[in-house]
Design a protein around this ligand. Structure first.
Ligand code: ASP
Length: 563
């Protein structure tokens, strides 16, 4: 492969062979110039008026593939917008490898093609520098991960793709088996069970860059198959796994050359994250953190403030920044959450619906936290924090609060072990059923809604990029957790029998974590489109427009499979 995008003035006089795709040509009658593109960039090829190959070169359509040999010379008219813009290759020989038909899309970063066209012709879309850059970032992340974990004595071990249902709780992709009628493989939702069994197997430190498959409800940023950096280690602790995760994230950001704030990652419990940010994946690159106003405004003798949490935050200079329409929008949001929205503006005095109820004590508290021009956003009610969290993110975008901020990571700990689902009237594991709850066996056998777990998430810029937990390594605890989940012995046996069997034969305490490679790449490549960081992605409705998967199979195949 040539690296022609790296040639500069210092290379003038060298004879080089360059190869690539024709980006465009300019025919000035006497002279012909061709822009040649390879992964490293673009270089100009120059043909003299009397060059025997000029005529042939003139007929070449863009995207045709050629190689050419010639001498690098200084250009007479330079192009500042191109890295190689001071030089060109004066062509001596030209080989045409393949002539291109007119492509259905413009092959450049700011293409005019619809995403549908780009995905149908992904092999052309991949030629765009921006996609090549994203895939390079992805490669750098994978290499940095391997380098970091190899240095710590981890082994990269593969686990099966044709397997049985795993415990993440999403819908499985299933594969019929030809040899066993009515029996199906499931594609792994993650290597969870296998990585734990590797610990039972004494492998101690495992990692894998693993494909995972979940047939979940469609969402813009979801792919039916995605990639995790999956890690598990024996004889570990919550602090050890999260410290490892922190070091690894730093190594990755370093390798890609992206700025990550240099303080240790902030550790927040799930509860604190909700109370300060109204989110279990806070964007900590900017302020606007919440406080409780229960002891101040909450003491005012008003019906809607009694017996309810009251949280809020000050928007500096909010009086100018927030329009009537913004505030009405916030009200609508809180109404839909069954929460009460209140605001107070500070100018010479306070205005807003609560202003006339303020007592001197409460005013004094507010004075200490607000200056003239500020707006206080408040919400009362059970789900008010979630609403405040959404308002906070809306203000981030509206007021451009994270412009130029370095990336910022948090570790969220102490997750509730279970979530109650009112529709099905049962508890679900917040992480997965093999997560170790906090406390002794007696506590764990106690009320489900009071249990926290040894689970942790890594959050960067408001995105969950990784999550994991310490695992249960004792049968009685596993039994207690299954009890809370309403999984009886027979069901447990049928679903995870081989795994429960393994727990009988000596199990090292262990734990691990998995990072979403796609999400990490999106952050490091600065894109919010997951399809831009995957070489051959599927649409948000789970189709591959290029290969047209999923597609039909023949009747013979169906018969063979007993379908
Ligand atoms: N298997 C888990 C997941 O995919 C991650 C872990 O617990 O390590 O969410």
């Amino acid at each position: 492969m040539s690296q022609h995008g790296h040639y500069r003035m210092s290379d003038v006089g060298k004879t080089v062979t360059v190869q690539g795709f024709i980006q465009k040509s300019r025919n000035l009658g006497q002279l012909l110039f061709i822009d040649l593109r390879d992964r490293s960039g673009i270089i100009q090829l120059a043909f003299d008026a009397d060059h025997p190959l000029k005529e042939t070169a003139e007929t070449l359509k863009h995207e045709s593939v050629v190689s050419a040999t010639g001498v690098i010379q200084e250009r007479s008219s330079k192009n500042e917008s191109l890295a190689t813009g001071d030089i060109e290759v004066k062509i001596e020989t030209l080989t045409i490898h393949s002539e291109a038909a007119t492509p259905p899309m413009l092959i450049q970063d700011d293409t005019d093609a619809l995403e549908e066209t780009r995905l149908k012709y992904r092999f052309l879309d991949l030629r765009r520098p921006v996609i090549q850059h994203n895939l390079k970032v992805r490669h750098q992340i994978m290499q940095a991960t391997r380098k970091f974990l190899n240095a710590q004595d981890f082994l990269e071990i593969e686990t099966p793709i044709l397997t049985r249902s795993t415990p993440e709780g999403a819908r499985d992709y299933v594969v019929p088996s030809r040899l066993y009628a009515d029996a199906f493989y499931a594609l792994p939702q993650s290597p969870q069970i296998f990585k734990q069994l590797l610990m039972v197997g004494g492998l101690e430190k495992y990692y894998q860059i693993a494909k995972c498959f979940r047939d979940e409800d469609l969402r813009k940023d979801r792919q039916p198959e995605f990639t995790q950096i999956d890690i598990e280690l024996a004889f570990t602790s919550e602090d050890a796994v999260t410290a490892l995760a922190e070091d690894m994230i730093r190594a990755i950001f370093n390798a890609v050359g992206e700025p990550l704030h240099d303080e240790p990652f902030t550790r927040l419990t799930y509860q604190d994250a909700m109370e300060r940010y109204g989110s279990d994946k806070p964007d900590a690159r900017f302020g606007l953190t919440f406080a409780s106003f229960k002891e101040s405004i909450g003491t005012l003798p008003l019906d809607f403030l009694t017996d309810t949490p009251l949280h809020g935050f000050v928007v500096p200079k909010g009086n100018d920044a927030l329009s009537r329409k913004d505030l009405d929008g916030f009200k609508g949001l809180f109404d839909s959450l069954n929460a009460t929205f209140i605001y107070l503006k500070k100018a010479e005095t306070y205005s807003g619906s609560l202003a006339k109820h303020l007592t001197p004590e409460v005013t004094q508290t507010l004075d200490a936290m607000m200056t003239a021009g500020d707006t206080l956003i408040l919400a009362a009610g059970q789900d008010a924090l979630v609403g405040l969290g959404r308002v906070r993110l809306k203000l981030r975008d509206q007021l451009d609060l994270v412009k130029d901020a370095a990336h910022r990571a948090l570790i969220i700990t102490d997750w509730p072990m279970f979530e109650y689902d009112a529709d099905t009237a049962r508890y679900y594991a917040t992480h997965h059923p093999f997560t170790l709850p906090k406390g002794d066996l007696k506590t764990i056998e106690g009320p489900a809604d009071q249990l926290n777990s040894h689970a942790y998430d890594i959050v960067i810029d408001g995105h969950e990029v990784g999550g994991g937990s310490l695992r249960i390594h004792q049968s009685q605890i596993q039994k207690a957790v299954f009890n809370h989940l309403g999984i009886d012995e027979a069901t447990a046996e049928a679903r995870f029998g081989f795994f429960l069997e393994a727990l009988k034969y000596g199990v090292p305490p262990h734990g691990g974590i998995a990072f979403g490679l796609d999400r990490l790449t999106m952050i490091l490549a600065h894109t919010d489109n997951i399809r831009d960081v995957i070489a051959f992605p599927k649409t948000s409705s789970a189709q591959d427009l290029m290969s047209e998967a999923p597609g039909p199979i023949s009747d013979t195949q169906k018969k063979e499979l007993g379908l």
